[in-house]
Structures are given as C-alpha cells and as structure tokens.
Design a protein around this ligand. Sequence first.
Ligand code: HT7
Ligand code: ZN
Length: 872
Amino acid sequence: PSAIYLKDYTAPPFLIDKTELSFDLDESTTVVTSRLHMRRNPVFGASTVPLVLDGGPDVKLIGVAMDDYELPQEEYRVVDDQLIITATADSFVLTCETLIEPQNNTRLEGLYRSSSMFCTQCEAEGFRHITYYLDRPDVMSVFTTTIIADETRYPVMLSNGNEVERGKTDEGKTVVVWHDPFPKPAYLFALVAGDLAVKNDVFITQSQREVTLQIFTESHNIDKVDYAMEALKRSMRWDEETYGREYDLDIFMIVAVDDFNMGAMENKGLNIFNSSCLLASPETTTDDAYLRVEAIVAHEYFHNWSGNRVTCRDWFQLSLKEGFTVFRDQTFSADMHSATVKRVEDVSFLRTAQFAEDAGPMAHPVRPASFIEISNFYTLTVYEKGAEIVRMIHTLLGEEKFRAGSDLYFDRHDGQAVTCDDFVAAMQDASGVDLSQFKRWYSQAGTPKLSVTDAFDQALGKYCVTIKQDTPATPGQPTKLPLHIPVRIGLLDANGQSLSSSLDGATSEEHVLHLTDAEQSFEFTGLATRPVPSLLRGFSAPVKLDYNYSSQDLLLLMSSDSDGFNRWSAAQQLAVNELSQLITQAIKGETLAIESQLVHGFKALLADASLDPAMVALVLTLPNQAYLSEISTPIYPAEIKQARVYLKTLLAEALSADFERIYQQHRVTEEYQAVAEDIAHRSLKNVALSYWAEASSERAQQAVFEQFSTADNMTDQFAALSIAVHSQHNQAADMLAAFYEQWKTEPLVVNKWLMLSASQDNANALSIVKGLMAHPAFDLKNPNKVRSVLGGFGQNVAGFHKEDGSGYQFLADQIIVLNKRNPQIASRLCTPLTRWKKLKPELSAKMKSELERILAEDLSKDVYEVITKSLA
Ligand code: HT7
Ligand code: ZN
C-alpha cells in the first residue's frame, strides 16, 4: 500500500449535482441502483480526463449506463476497485447497478447488518463499499434515496432528510423515498431499516420552527433513551444560545445499533449511535457513562453545523470538523456541569493518551501531511489536540471575538468543503488578531516542552520569568519552529493569596503570556516578596511544563490557588514526584520507603468541608499507570504498579479514619439522579472507599460487600465491584460471578463485566482472558465486546506485560485474526504494541518480535500502516 499526500490535492474533475439511490434490501444480496447527475468541474476548463469512481472489493458491478445508454463492456473497466470510464460528455446521468452482501460485511463499513437491522457507516470512505461514487468530501450532492423492503420485517426504513413518498411494489414490498435538500458528501449518507421502537419529542427552535425528534432502538431498549433525548434538547438550545446555530431540517433522528466501530456518526438528520453511547438507565449505567452519553449526543448534534453545513475539503482537514466539534462539546459539558471538573478530566485524558501518541511512532500533526489509510487518523491528536488548538484561539481572541470568528466562518463557508486554513482565516479576519505563527500548531507534530526559570529582584520588586520552548523531533519532522503559545499565569504570596502585578503596563492578578520565541523573558513588577508562580492555568496550551517547584510550593498551590485546575495539577505533580522516587527504588530492587508530603495535603483536603466533592475526588486520584508510563523512559510496568500500590496503601493507612468518615458523609440517600451534585458525592464517596479498602480494615471489606449487594444504581454497584477486584477482596470472585448472573441479559453491563474480569491483575490473567473469549457472552463480531476484553487486558500489568512475552503474543494473535474481518478494529488494537521502543529492554524485544510476526501476514492497509510505522 502507498501513501497519499496533502500536497498532491487537486479539485475533483467531475461534480455530482444530484444523487438518486435505490436499495432493494435483502440480507444476502442487496441491489443498489444509482443515478448520478454529473458534470465536468468548470475549474478544469475544457478537459478530457476520464471519469474514475471509487468502489470496493465487496461491490459487484452489474451494469453501467450513460444517459440511459447501456455501456458495452469495452467502454468501461474496473481496476483496483475503481470504475474507469474514458469517454464522457460534459454533463450526463450515469446509472450503475451493483450488488452487495450486507450479512457478510464484517468490516462494519458501508451497508451491514447489526442484530436484525440494516445500517450504514460511510465515514470516512465507507460509501464506496455500497456503490461506485466520487467518494471524497469535496463532492457535495443532493441525495434522494429509495428503500424497498419487506415491511413485516423492516417496518422502519430511514434515510437522510424528509420522507417524501411511501408506496408498494407489484410484489407487495414497501417503498419509501427520502429526500435531503442539503448538498452533502457521501460520507454523511445513512440508511437504516429494522423492526424498531421509537421515542418521539419536539423541539421549538429560536425562530419558532417545530422540529420532530425521534430516537429509535430495538424494542427492549426504548425505555433507556429518555436521558439522551433530554441531552439532545439541551444541545440544540445551547448551540442556539452559544453559537447562534439553529437546526435546519424538520426532523432529527437518532438510531442505536449494537455493532459499531466507533462511538457515533453525525449523518445528516439521521445520526447513528453505538448503543453504548446512547442508552442509559440508573440500574445499568454509571455516572461516567451518563456524562459520556450527553457529551456524544451533543458532539454529533453540533456536527450539523461544524461538519455538515461546513465540511472538510479533504481528509487531511479532518480536525477542521473534529477539533472544533470536540471543543464545542467540551464547552457544552462544562456549561452543563462543573467547568473545572470537566477541564481536569479532559486534560488528564489528553496528557495520558494524546501525549503518548505524540511521542510514539504514529505521531502526526493535527493536520497530517500524508496517510496510507485515513481510518488510522481518527486519533486523539486530530480530535483532542485539535480541540486544544481551537481552545487556544479562544484564549488568544477572548469570548466575543471568538464568537465573531465562528459567525464569520459559518457565514462565509456555509455549504462548502473547506480547510483548517479557512477556519483560522475567519478567526483572524473577524478579530484582527494575527494568527500567522499560531498556524504552525496544525502542521507540527509532537508535544512542546516549556522549561521555566525565574528570578526575583527584591530591591526593584521585579519578578522575571524566562520560558524556553522546545518541540521534540517526530517521524518525518526532525526540526521544529517556535510556536505561538498562550501561557496563563498568576502569582501567589507565601500565604497563598493572589498577588496583583504589572506586565507590559497591564495590572492584574492574572496574565496571558504570548510565548512566540524559542526563549523569552517576561517581567512582572509591583511585587513586595518573591511570588510562587501558578503556571499554565487551566492548561492554557497542550504542552509539558518543567519548573522546579518545591514540595512546599506544590502544597501551597494545591490548597490555595484561585485556579481550580492548577490546584489539581499541583497535587498530581506532588504525587508524580513521590511516585518517581518510589519507582526508582523499585527498579533498583530496594525496599520502598518515603516521607510522603501528600499525606499532609490530603489530610487538609479531607478536613475542608467547603470544597466541591467532585474536585476533592479528582485531587485524591493518584496519577494512573498509563500517565506514569507516558512520563517514564524507559517504562518499567511492574515497578510503576508496585510504586502506585505502595503509595496508595501508605495514604490509606495514614488516613484510614478520614476516608471512613468521608465515605459515610457522602452517601447519597435520595433516588438516583444523574445530576452534577449527586455525581460529585458519589465520586468522592467511592474514591474514599477505594482508599479505605486498601487499609487492612475488616469494616472496609464489609462496606465494599454491602455497597455491592445493596446499591440501587450501577455507579455504586460497579464501583464496589471494581474496588473488590483490585484490592484482592476475599469475596471478589463470588462478587464477579454474582454480577454476571444478575446482569447477563444486559449486553452493555456484560461488557463492563468482561472488561473488569480481563483487567484482574494476577498470575492467571492470560488464561482468564482466554476463558472470557470463549465465554458465551463474547462475540468477535461485536467491537464493544472485543474492546472490553482486549482493552481490559491491555490495562492488566501482570497479564499483558508478563515477562515471558505471552501477553504480547496473545494480543498479536487477536490482531491477526481481526485483520481481515474488521481492519479498523484490528488496527486500533495495535496501539499498545506501538510503544515497544519505550519499554524496558527485555520487554521491548518481545513486543518488537510480535510486530514482526504480524508484518509477515497478508495485511489490510489499516494494520499495515500502523505496524510498518511502528517498526520504522
Ligand atoms: N465523525 C464520526 C467518525 C466515525 C468514524 C470514522 C471511521 C470509522 C468509523 C466511524 N464511525 C464514526 C464520529 C465523530 O467524530 O463524530
Ligand atoms: Zn466528531
């Protein structure tokens, strides 16, 4: 397989003004007829380039006609899945008849079966698995879709836009016609047919139009969509109020499907969701999952403007819609709940997973310069770092100018397929802020490191901060240019009071530094004593920060900083410092021992009843295995785990009475509600229980078991079960078995059980995981189940990183099996193996040899790209 390059982009030689599709649905062979109203693209002038349409190996061509003249075999050819027609008029109607086999489609791209329904997934290049087409986002067309099916089995038949006709064929099949008036690329096409239940609602837009809202699921799940429906209405209102964006069709539909490669898909007027991202009920869904449902419903809805009305010119511009839409959904969730909690969660995820991607062999810019398989570029870099870029623009412009920029962007480009440069240009034109250097964020990969030093001149009351920026080399990018980085900063006195200071004539308690040079100094005046700097408040840029904070400074920031994010960040840094000492001791084979300052910090935290319990829970949460691995070179997985367990136990023993008190104080006694206040109490109570259970306390063991047995909601029941499993509770095995028995008819809960079971950290981990894959609850066709078991196993230090390499070998075996069946899922499973260069030498060699073993197979483009780049 070969790469394609952004620099080679050219406009499409042909356009498709109208697309008429007809599907005669059948599980084994569906007949697809397309009538494409095409013309040569005028930007090419008089051209004779042939017409080349994209298809797939699973599309069987029956016949081609041009303006109703059936083309003889010699007038077209199919080469490498492309249909090539040499002689065409300047404008014509092309008719194609193709056959596809939905029930044999295990890739879950194009048209496929999930349970007893038909559904589609066309982003990025799935439409070509349905029929021959110009399958690229800059070809936008008005679609009319006819669905023909047996109504007794498929009473619900949906596509984009509005239903405009319904009738019967001579054979008694039902015919439904849908028309979408908004031109769209093929990746936004959708079709669903099945025996589905529906929940109806309405939304009145700001201009008083009535929009019908419908959520479809299989009938046994329809009682779990109320939360998603409310979240949808909140999202629609928020987008009107925050961005002035109103929904444009008369109907908005969402369908839940069980088999789906990703979370959800924003098809115009007909979103399709992985059921795990839509369904919610107190008994079966945890607080985290409720919040995820709300965020994903919002994300897909927001795409109606940032993605559908204004779409991407080409797939290199993916972050144009994804980065912006993630930023929009993050802000929405922050507005609905606690902004600080949301920011901590988002940053924690970014620093753990995106930073690791940026430091690995698949590192790429937010706007990649090349790819072999675009599905591999739906990454944390494109999504999460892309959102950070939009957030930095927001910081640089301020709220009002940012809104002016987004208004200009939507007005200027409505109905167009555009680039990241167009987005930045709109922001710059509307605000007058120069973003020319800032644009480097889109093209430079790697996480910049800021090294900060400071000096205080007592006589002049002057405090000088010097910041050096450095972005490490990444594949294909050996050297980097300085970026324009907004650094939000505040200063504290020794008592933790916020200090006012002057910088470049502006006096304030907080400043935004514009770091543009490789090294730059900033002078703050008007200070009586040496301050403690609170750097990078709110994580104002996606960078690594290096400043030599003392433990005293960190304790001060942790207790007193007016920036909630930095209070959390200081606690994390203190924990990282202590864990690093312990990891070093473990690597040297020494007995672990530490004089922990965190004990004092936590003690004060637990005594302060005025704090937001959700924030306290986050501060108490030690940096996880993945984050500690990201900041370690080389990685010693077992020693990191040992250090974490040691520190957690030390804190648990020292503060056992405090954790017990907090556990009792924060029990929510009212009926379950997924609202911020209750979520906050549950999170603190369960973090407290997880510590208390680490202390050798009979009462704690009992509390875990009691919570597991009596909980009336999944958050508490699953928290107790996880604590039991991870703290080696003597009833853990019985509890796991009881949990499965209780929930075996609820697939989404069974997935949680699969994941927890696979993550059990013990010597038999591998045989447990093999047993899970042979369990009747497992299904290799279902990505959620594969992700649960293999994802859980990936977090299992003892099992996955077993010294003999058997964990790596097992994962490689699964990748080889899935490579042909579902290339997208197989490729994502490779991620843990791509970190081989960072592991300690003995493990590194074993991982590498598994990558080489995979490479010897006949690989899909998806897996080939990840494996070759990892081995390069
Ligand atoms: N825009 C959607 C991306 C997506 C996708 C991509 C590749 C393969 C399968 C997929 N399913 C959905 C989801 C989103 O970001 O909103
Ligand atoms: Zn998206």
